[in-house]
Design a protein around this ligand. Structure first.
Ligand code: ATP
Ligand code: MG
Length: 413
């Protein structure tokens, strides 16, 4: 397999579209060749609500990323979010026969197919089925069963589903721009790729990506995904609260939140004042900054309490030795880490994508976690090499890999 690939990522967020083009090479950091970041129109809470507007925003971001890269994007890894996402943990089994041959990829696929056999209503589809670990006969905790001998292969998998129409709308917006989707990837899964360390994944961590329209949760331990969830609340709700309570237009409330917001109101001096335009008034009106920050603190606390409750409800709170990693644009809010520590009572760190090769340093902002993570996700897929290819097995040249490789090859200069 070639060791050098050009791949593209399209993160479709509620507030911004971020398109990245990167060169991926075995053993080296991704080299960013082009970025296109445009405000997102036609989206609400992570879901497309106006196809034409969303398509147009995506088109502009694609063109912007293509220019400096010198490539035309024909194929991309694309993100999906929204509260329609559901997830569950499922087991699947495959009989290997008389235990006289090594396990091949087809056995893994059969076990996973069995795990995917869940009842689904007509408007839902499976987005991901991610193997977490395998059991061969009585032996548990096997990460890579290829080449091993056994009678019965069991897989534990995390299966993620989504609304068929919401996913089709994303595909359509991308295809309208002559770009095929290499894969649709759930946003928090991509963010995990960009910001989590291997130790955190092993020992247990909850990634919380707080964007403009959604708060995404992914719980990882033992190296595998255990829970994923998208809550339809994000930074826009904080700005909305400010707008409603103080009668300020949304853009001014948003600007004030970013410039003066603090999630711990008591840390802001009582004497600090700021000016904002108000509805029905002329010119600007003076407000206490602490009053603004109280609104911010209330909403941020409520958001974390909602996530905290869910983490407890699904019974994984005791498995998070590495605590919480916050990312997404909203994690840039001053004081947010303190509130998370208060609500969760565990270690919290802020997670940003690592700096990448190329000229685009600004991608280290946490709002780019999903886009950078999509490229990392794509890199793993594009450069994947099986560690074991038993005789007679198709290996990477079979089915999906052949399709993916030929699809990626269409990303031509
Ligand atoms: N310094 C900051 N302080 C407070 N909020 C910030 C700051 N920087 C960005 N934000 C907020 O982050 C949010 C945007 O984050 P992000 O770009 O991750 O969202 P998105 O990916 O477009 O949306 P989503 O993932 O929810 O669909 C906005 O609400 C914005 O106001
Ligand atoms: Mg996002």
């Amino acid at each position: 397999m070639a060791s050098d690939r050009i791949i593209a990522a399209i993160d479709i967020g509620t507030t911004k579209i971020c398109v990245l083009v990167g060169r991926v090479t075995q053993g080296r950091p991704i080299q960013i060749l082009g970025t296109g970041i445009m405000p997102a129109n036609g989206l609400s809470k992570g879901v497309i609500t106006d196809i034409e507007q969303a398509s147009e925003s995506i088109r502009e971001a694609i063109r912007k990323a293509e220019r400096p890269s010198g490539y035309t994007i024909r194929n991309a890894y694309v993100s999906v979010g929204g509260a329609h996402i559901g997830s569950q943990n499922c087991d699947g089994v495959a009989a290997i026969g008389r235990g006289d041959r090594p396990i091949i990829r087809d056995d893994l696929d059969r076990a996973l197919e069995n795990a995917r056999a869940i009842p689904l209503s007509h408007n839902r589809q499976i987005l991901h089925s991610i193997p977490r670990e395998y059991t061969i006969d009585e032996q548990r905790n096997i990460k890579n069963p290829l080449g091993m001998i056994g009678y019965r292969l069991e897989v534990e998998a995390h299966v993620i589903t989504g609304s068929r129409t919401a996913i089709q709308n994303i595909v359509r917006c991308v295809e309208d721009n002559n770009v095929q989707t290499a894969e649709i990837v759930l946003q928090p899964l991509a963010s995990c790729e960009a910001v989590l360390t291997d130790d955190e994944r092993r020992q247990g961590v909850a990634l919380i990506d707080i964007g403009g329209g959604t708060t995404d949760l992914a719980i990882v331990f033992g190296g595998g995904f255990w829970e994923t969830k998208v809550f339809p609340v994000g930074g826009n709700h904080i700005s909305n609260d400010i707008g409603w309570a103080l009668h300020v237009p949304f853009p001014a409330a948003e600007d004030a939140k970013v410039r003066y917001g603090h999630a711990v109101a008591s840390e802001v001096p009582e004497s600090d004042m700021l000016e904002m335009p108000v509805f029905g008034g002329e010119g600007h009106q003076r407000f206490s900054r602490r009053q603004l920050c109280q609104l911010v603190e209330e909403r941020v606390t409520e958001m974390f309490e909602m996530v905290h409750k869910h983490v407890h409800d699904v019974g994984v709170a005791d498995y998070l030795a590495a605590g919480i990693v916050l990312t997404g644009g909203c994690s840039d809010l001053s004081g947010i880490r303190t509130v998370a520590e208060r609500v969760f009572g565990m270690p919290v760190r802020l997670g940003s994508p690592q700096s990448m090769a190329g000229r685009f340093e600004s991608l280290t902002n946490p709002k780019f976690a999903t886009a950078v993570g999509l490229l990392e996700w794509g890199r793993k897929k594009a450069l994947a090499e099986p560690t074991v290819t038993p005789e007679g097995e198709a290996g990477p040249d079979g089915g999906f890999w052949w399709w993916l490789r030929s699809a990626l090859n269409r990303l031509a200069p």
